[in-house]
Each structure stands twice: as structure tokens, then as C-alpha cells.
Design a binder for this molecule. Structure first.
Ligand code: MSP
Length: 639
């Protein structure tokens, strides 16, 4: 089934402990848990590392806002992640926290080694800094609008200049390119590899790995005014979490990681910086990165910073943890972003679980037990329809295995669900309810084929819905043995088993349409969908009409115009707007438009900008000014 050595070491990203986990955090973790379980079923010893990223500016800011110390906040929030992993049956071997003493010492030892060998030096860094992403953002990744924004998280960036220690990343450019060439499968999906290669080919600058502006972090060894920059701290969790350098035998057993699971937003850190860090320390590189897309709410990424997160605790209560795991694995795409909605979740749970799988088990069990058939043995001879079904099973196992090699979980489980449809079709066409009295041997053969199919389904689906599939196996009076390669055995003895059927309660519930299910009340700001602004929020924004009197280019800016806007009795204002690519000055001058009037003033390219011009973007990406249907007095308020 899955290849590689006798052990399998998989990691999740470590989650920022500045707020509670959300569905996106759960997604990365369920992917890693399913990968670990698949390998466990292939007979391997597995190690799943997860944990929390507990240092940095954002944590300190969040703690201050709550009147707590950073340590109090991370102690509390890391517990929430552990609780959630327990609810969802995540079988982690170690939960690392970057405030753990062993991690702190590990990072410091790593830095000392790099200083000694000349891979770290002191310099000055200045650039756009995005606080939510905890990183300096390249110029091309900053959207220069009225407020310069980080394009990754759509939050404002600030210009920063400070003394910093640097890692000689530039020295690893050629080695990295050679590594990518030799390991074209390093990143799944492979399409992401090209982005990484282009980034490295574009030239690597040395990487700032310390901050003097951050108080909450690992003290930089030898210069404690500096704290270790979060990524140099965080990425090392993958080695300190399995014993580096405090337990080298343990470390040497597990390292290198077989799989790092991560979201597309942090691919550069894992595909460029992390391999370079490891090369510098002469450690082997991880074998594979599994990079998944984002779960979206409407058009936006679900994220704590955007305040539109979906609470996975509530989802588990409403639908059951295994069912939510199933939905994430089967209906979120690894390669692309996927929208999440309760309507879709309920629709899939009804059709895939309650109808396709649950009903099949119910119908078979009810019928068999009603006719006194509780011990089901393997048929001595398989007939045409059963042979056909068995071939379908084997081809499903084959396709499943191929997609699993690449961790394309949603595709792998699509094959399983196609097979479930085939079993349903088989059951329906064989009409066993008509055979029970007239042709008892045929009746037994159909029940047996259905049981064998359900058994194979339960095993392949176990990594995703372990508790539910154990219930299914219990209803068949079957189980599986850890330590063997279950998938290999399935191909051998899938049709040779004896089952002892047990009465059971239906595995899956049906849901009425989600539109009739009221959303749970919004407990806290971070769990409200982004599309909801309270009425008070709305009232805080002052929108006014103004006439653009003048429009000037700003030297050295290819995006910005400086507008002079007349707001009538309220006076005139200078407003910078990033619309140069869309309008010529003559298309703007003398036009009325709507502006956010009470946006906090901001210095942009040396100009104090006092407001924001509103535009609408059409499907062809062109912009139109937002204005009123007839001219109004300048300064008019929108209500
Ligand atoms: N602390 C860093 C990771 C350091 S790893 C050495 C971090 N933390 S995070 O909490 O912001 O994100 C952790 C993971 O959750 C990332 O893989 C990220 O992609 C994932 N998700 C966060 N929001 C997500 C969605 N809306 N959808 C899917 N996953 C997303 O980055």
C-alpha cells in the first residue's frame, strides 16, 4: 500500500496559541491524523507530532488585550487545542509547545552551532512587516492602497527597521535548487513546487532571525536584547519534538520526517527556509510536504485575524466528530481552496453517510437477522455478480492505494464511495429479500458478499472515521489487527471471512436542510462569520460623497494617485488611492464619488492620506467609482 520505511513520522503545523482553534486548524491536523492512521494500518510504527506556536508579537498583543501574561494566555489556549484533538480522536504522540524548556534549549543550541560555523551574522533590517503573519513581507506582496496591505492576510503592514541577526540563506540558493531537482516529489501537490522554485531562482536574501522589538520569545544566545524570530523558533519544533538534541537516539530513529502537513500560506517557510536550516545543520531533509488549500467562508480564508472562524467544538456536538472528519477529508480539496457551508455539510452527510453507507448496513443487517442469519460464512464458490463485485473491490483498493501514495485523500475516498454505490447497486439488483425463502443458498451468498464489501469499506474508511467504523465492524462481529498490513491482507482474504452479525442502532443520522437549523448563537467575536457586521459596526463607518478636484501622480509609485477631494462645508482633503492602473486623471477629475470619511489618517509615501475612495471591481477586474444616481451636495452622508 503506502511505501517508505518501517516507521512513519508526520507533523502538523504548530498553531498560534493566541486564540482558540478553528476549522482550518482542525483540517491540517485531521489530514496528518489520517495519514498516520493509514500508515499504522500498513503495519508501520507511527509518530504524530502536533503542538502550539507560543512566542511572538501577536501572542504578546493578544495577552495584553485580555489583561493576561503571555504565559497565562498560551497555557490556556494550548489546552483548547488539546481538548479539540481529543474530541476529534486525533492520536498524537507528542504535543509540543514552543515554550517547553527542551524546545527552547534545542533552538538555542541550533543557533549557537550556526553562529560557530559562520552561518549567522548581525546586520540591520528594514522592510514591510506584517504583524498578523509575523513576517516581513516582500514589496511585491504588499498591496499599496490607502493603507498598504499584506496580500496574504489582507491586513495593514508597517515599515520597520531594526538591528537583527541574519541567517545566510543566500548561501543555500544553489543547494536548494539542486535538492528540488533531485526530489521533484518533495511537495504535494507538485504544482506548488514551481512557485517555490521560481521564488528561489528569483534570488534569496539572507533571513532576519531575531527581533529587538519583541519581548516574548526565546532569548537569542549571547545577545539577550534579541529574541529569536518566530519562524526560526517554530520550524525547529519538528526536530526538538522528537528529541533533538536532548535525546539523539530517539531523534535518529524518527528523523527525517516522512511528511509535514501544512497550509499553502506557509509553504515558503517549509520548502525554502526549513530545508536551508537543516542543510546548515547537516541534517537530512524531510521527505515530503503535503500542502493543502484553505477552507473559505464565502470569498475569504477562514482565519482568526479575519474574525470569521467556524467553531469545530460546536460542529462536533451537532454532527459528530467522525462525520466532520469525513467531510473535511472527502469534500475539502487538497489542491484548491474549498468553501465551507453547513448546508453542504448536511447534504453530504445525508447522501454519503446516512443514505449510501448507513442504509446499506441497515438493510443488510435487518434482512439477515430477520431471516435468522447471524453467522455469515465465505461462499464456497463465487458466481458472476459476486465475482464482478470482488473485481470492483480490488480495483477500488488499487485506485485508493495509488491516490493515497500522493495523499490525495479526497480522490482516494471518492473511489471508496464509488464502490459503496456498486455494492448498493448489487444489493438492489440481487433482491435478496426475494431469495430468503426461495433460494436460501443464494440469499446467504448475497449477504456474505455484502458483508465482505462492508468489511473492506470499514477498513479503508477507518483512518477517517475510526469510531464509526469500529461500530460498523462491531455490527459485523469483525475487527482488525494492528501491526499487520491491513490493506495487503484485504486483497488476500477480503472474500474469506466469517462474520457474526449483531443488531445495532443506525450509524448515521439524517439532517433536515441546514437552512432550517438555526446557527448557534455567536458566543464571541472570533466565531462570527465575516459577513456579519453588527449594526453598531456599520454605524461607526462614515461614508460621504465628495468631488475629486485634482488628481496627481505620486513619484516612484506605479499604483497611487494623490486626490484632492472637496467635501463641501467640511472642507477639502488629500486622499491617496491605488487606482492608477485603472483610471486616467481626466477620468477622475470633477467626478463625484463615495469615500470612507472617518478612516484613521495615514502617511503614505510622505503624504498624509485622510480617507479612502470606494470602487467596485467587475468580473473583468476593471474598477468603477461608487457614486450616487444624481449629483448631491458635497459632504452628503450615506445612510
Ligand atoms: N504558527 C504557524 C505555523 C508554524 S509551523 C512551524 C502558523 N500557525 S497558524 O495557526 O496560523 O496556522 C496553522 C495551520 O492552519 C496552517 O497550516 C494554516 O494553513 C492552517 N489554516 C489556518 N487557516 C486555515 C484555513 N482557513 N483553511 C485551512 N487551513 C488553514 O501558521
Amino acid at each position: 500500500m503506502v511505501s517508505g520505511g518501517p516507521k512513519f513520522y508526520v507533523t502538523t503545523p504548530i498553531y498560534y496559541a493566541n486564540a482558540k482553534p478553528h476549522l482550518g486548524s482542525l483540517y491540517s491536523t485531521v489530514l496528518a491524523d489520517v495519514a498516520a492512521r493509514i500508515h499504522k494500518m500498513s503495519g508501520k510504527e507511527t509518530f504524530l507530532l502536533t503542538g502550539t506556536d507560543e512566542h511572538g508579537q501577536k501572542i504578546a498583543q493578544a495577552a495584553e488585550a485580555l489583561g493576561k501574561t503571555p504565559q497565562q494566555l498560551v497555557d490556556q489556549e494550548s489546552q483548547e487545542f488539546k481538548k479539540l484533538w481529543d474530541v476529534y480522536g486525533i492520536r498524537y504522540n507528542h504535543f509540543i509547545r514552543t515554550t517547553d524548556e527542551s524546545h527552547v534549549r534545542g533552538v538555542q543550541a541550533w543557533i549557537l552551532q550556526l553562529i560557530k560555523q559562520g552561518d549567522i551574522y548581525k546586520g540591520t533590517y528594514s522592510g514591510w512587516y506584517c504583524v498578523p503573519c509575523e513576517t516581513y513581507v516582500a514589496d511585491k506582496d504588499v498591496e499599496i492602497g490607502v493603507v498598504p496591505q499584506c496580500i496574504s492576510c489582507s491586513r495593514p503592514t508597517t515599515e520597520l527597521s531594526e538591528e537583527s541577526y541574519f541567517f545566510r540563506l543566500s548561501a543555500y540558493q544553489d543547494k536548494l535548487l539542486a535538492f528540488y531537482k533531485d526530489h521533484p516529489d518533495f511537495i504535494t501537490p507538485v504544482e506548488r513546487m514551481q512557485e517555490v522554485i521560481s521564488f528561489v531562482v528569483g534570488g534569496l536574501k539572507d533571513l532576519s532571525i531575531s527581533r529587538t522589538t519583541v519581548t516574548w520569545g526565546i532569548p537569542f544566545p549571547g545577545d539577550e536584547r534579541h529574541k529569536v524570530y518566530v519562524w526560526a523558533d517554530a520550524l525547529n519544533n519538528y526536530i526538538t519534538g522528537v528529541g533533538y538534541p536532548h535525546n539523539m537516539p530517539e531523534f535518529n530513529y524518527w528523523w527525517p520526517a516522512d511528511l509535514h502537513v501544512l497550509g499553502k500560506d506557509i509553504v515558503r517557510f517549509h520548502a525554502v527556509y526549513w530545508p536551508a536550516f537543516l542543510m546548515a545543520t547537516d541534517l537530512p531533509l524531510p521527505l515530503r510536504l503535503l500542502v493543502h488549500g484553505w477552507i473559505k467562508v464565502g470569498e475569504q480564508k477562514m482565519s482568526k485575524s479575519l474574525g470569521n472562524v467556524i467553531d469545530p467544538f460546536t460542529l462536533a456536538q451537532t454532527y459528530g466528530p467522525d462525520q466532520v472528519r469525513y467531510y473535511l477529508i472527502r469534500h475539502m480539496s487538497i489542491t484548491q481552496d474549498s468553501p465551507f457551508s453547513r448546508e453542504d455539510l448536511e447534504k453530504r452527510l445525508n447522501s454519503d453517510l446516512a443514505n449510501d453507507l448507513g442504509n446499506l448496513l441497515n438493510r443488510m443487517l435487518t434482512l439477515a437477522l430477520k431471516h435468522g442469519l447471524s453467522t455469515v460464512i465465505a461462499p464456497s464458490q463465487l458466481q458472476g455478480p459476486e465475482l464482478d463485485l470482488r473485481d470492483k473491490l480490488w480495483s477500488m483498493l488499487n485506485d485508493f492505494s495509488i491516490d493515497m501514495e500522493d495523499y490525495f485523500f479526497n480522490r482516494a475516498y471518492l473511489h471508496v464511495w464509488k464502490f459503496i454505490s456498486s455494492v448498493n447497486a448489487y444489493f438492489h439488483t440481487q433482491e435478496p429479500w426475494k431469495l430468503a425463502d426461495k433460494e436460501p443458498e443464494r440469499f446467504k451468498a448475497v449477504i456474505s458478499a455484502t458483508c465482505h464489501s462492508l468489511y473492506a469499506i470499514a477498513l479503508t474508511v477507518w483512518p477517517v472515521m475510526p469510531r464509526k467504523m469500529e461500530e460498523l465492524l462491531a455490527a459485523l462481529g469483525a475487527s482488525w489487527e494492528p501491526g499487520t498490513n491491513v490493506f495487503e491482507r484485504l486483497s488476500v482474504d477480503a472474500w474469506l471471512k466469517t462474520f457474526t452479525l449483531q443488531p445495532h442502532v443506525p450509524l448515521f443520522e439524517r439532517y433536515e436542510t441546514a437552512t432550517q437549523t438555526p446557527e448557534p448563537p455567536c458566543q464571541e467575536k472570533t466565531s462570527c462569520p465575516a459577513s456579519y457586521a453588527s449594526f453598531d459596526d456599520f454605524l461607526r463607518i462614515e461614508l460621504r460623497v465628495g468631488t475629486i478636484e485634482d488628481c496627481q501622480e505620486i513619484p516612484k509609485s506605479d499604483k497611487l494617485y494623490k486626490l484632492t477631494v472637496d467635501f463641501g462645508s467640511l472642507g477639502k482633503r488629500l486622499i491617496c488611492s491605488g487606482i492608477k492602473q485603472y483610471f486616467k486623471p481626466e477620468e477622475l477629475i470633477s467626478r463625484q464619488a463615495v469615500f470612507v470619511y472617518n478612516l484613521q489618517p495615514r502617511a503614505i509615501m510622505g503624504i498624509q492620506s485622510q480617507g479612502m475612495l470606494l470602487t467596485a471591481q467587475d468580473t473583468d477586474n476593471k474598477l468603477s467609482l461608487v457614486t450616487t444616481t444624481k449629483p448631491v451636495v458635497n459632504g452628503s452622508l450615506l445612510k
